[in-house]
Write a protein that binds this ligand. Structure first.
Ligand SMILES: [Zn+2]
Length: 111
């Protein structure tokens, strides 16, 4: 399947060829086409859809149980979150950084 962004796209406002660019919204990277003349922007439809999925997951509260495994506690991370991250990062590392941020908050960094 050819990507729509591999074609020459002309700006609807000024007829100039639009240039490929990357946009980052809330840490979310999206492919875009930008008209350098008038600033008109087109976000890649596929990325825009993924961004909407991301907004649906972002800040959603999941209730997960703590399970004792040996000498540690384990928490299940909902599959939809991990699948989403895997799609985002072409390289996905199973090693996660964990920080005890404050008395009631743990932070996981997938990087
Ligand atoms: Zn334009």
């Amino acid at each position: 399947m050819t990507d729509i962004f591999d074609n020459k796209v002309l700006c609807k406002n000024c007829g100039k060829e639009m240039k490929k660019a990357k946009l980052v919204k809330r840490g979310f990277q999206m492919r875009a086409l930008i008209c350098e003349n008038c600033g008109n922007k087109i976000i890649h439809p596929q990325d825009e859809l993924e961004y909407k999925n991301f907004l649906g997951l972002k800040n959603k509260v999941f209730k997960v149980k703590l399970r004792l495994v040996g000498n540690s506690y384990a928490v299940s991370i909902p599959k939809e979150i991990v699948s989403f991250m895997r799609e985002q990062e072409k390289m996905f590392n199973d090693l996660v950084k964990l920080t005890f941020e404050d008395a009631k908050k743990l932070k996981l960094i997938f990087d």
